[in-house]
Ligand binder design. Structure first.
Ligand SMILES: Nc1nc2c(ncn2[C@@H]2O[C@H](COP(=O)(O)OP(=O)(O)O)[C@@H](O)[C@H]2O)c(=O)[nH]1
Ligand SMILES: Nc1ncnc2c1ncn2[C@@H]1O[C@H](COP(=O)(O)OP(=O)(O)O)[C@@H](O)[C@H]1O
Length: 187
């Protein structure tokens, strides 16, 4: 249990279930505040601006970075930029929430340097085959995009030991239970 931490970070390969587990966490514990990242990638069907991401143009992203408004940012899957807006995270902590950031490996490494007090959790699939199955099953990417994500996933999977804790996403409810336990919120 690491109750003293106010900011947690969740990383892990594309398709492992980060978004799914965080949605469950939000539903279970409204005290958890989940950061909404800014991205230059276009929305997928069903994604809502300001809820899943802040969908911004390249020029808007440039402005956020130049204005020092990003805690970290990275180019993910070799194409689009993703970043964590700073001010909402600081406000959430001031408001007494536990703040959770979802990041790629690059972003996690930046946060490790700039905010070493952040507790870093790695979400891991039960197996490599299951990860590929989930990635394909989501049905939101082309074959080319899936291949790119699988390539990135190999690198991300090799970085597990850099993190403070690992949670295996066997079942969404089980992984959420474990995450809540790590955050010191036992229900
Ligand atoms: N560095 C960084 N990475 C992010 C941020 N938000 C999301 N990501 C990562 O960007 C990657 C791509 O996310 P997304 O486009 O939703 O596709 P997915 O990986 O297939 O779910 C995921 O690995 C996320 O963890 C952020 O604010 N900063
Ligand atoms: N524990 C789980 N068991 C089975 N399928 C899962 C589980 N967690 C997530 N999924 C499915 O895997 C796919 C990828 O999940 P998603 O949350 O989009 O991953 P990420 O945000 O890490 O890229 C989705 O289709 C989701 O419904």
């Amino acid at each position: 249990m690491v109750q003293s931490h106010r900011v947690f970070l969740l990383a892990g390969p594309s398709g492992v279930g980060k978004g799914t587990v965080l949605a469950e966490l939000r539903a279970r514990d409204p005290e958890c505040w989940i950061s909404v990242s800014a991205t230059t990638r276009p929305p997928r069907p069903g994604e809502i601006d300001g809820v899943h991401y802040h969908f911004v143009t390249d020029a808007q992203f440039d402005e956020l970075v130049a204005g020092g408004q990003m805690l970290e940012w990275a180019i993910v899957h070799g194409k689009h930029r993703y970043g964590t807006p700073r001010e909402p995270v600081e406000q959430a902590v001031r408001d007494g929430h536990i703040a959770i950031l979802e990041l790629d490996l690059d972003g996690a490494r930046q946060i490790r340097k700039s905010m070493p007090e952040v507790f870093q959790v790695f979400l891991k699939p039960p197996s490599w085959e299951e990860l590929v199955h989930r990635l394909r099953g989501r049905g939101t990417e082309s074959e080319e995009q899936i291949a790119r994500r699988i390539q990135t996933a190999r690198v991300e999977m090799a970085a597990e030991s850099e993190f403070d804790a690992t949670v295996v996403n066997n079942s969404v409810s089980g992984a959420t239970d474990e995450l809540l336990h790590i955050m010191g919120i036992d229900q």
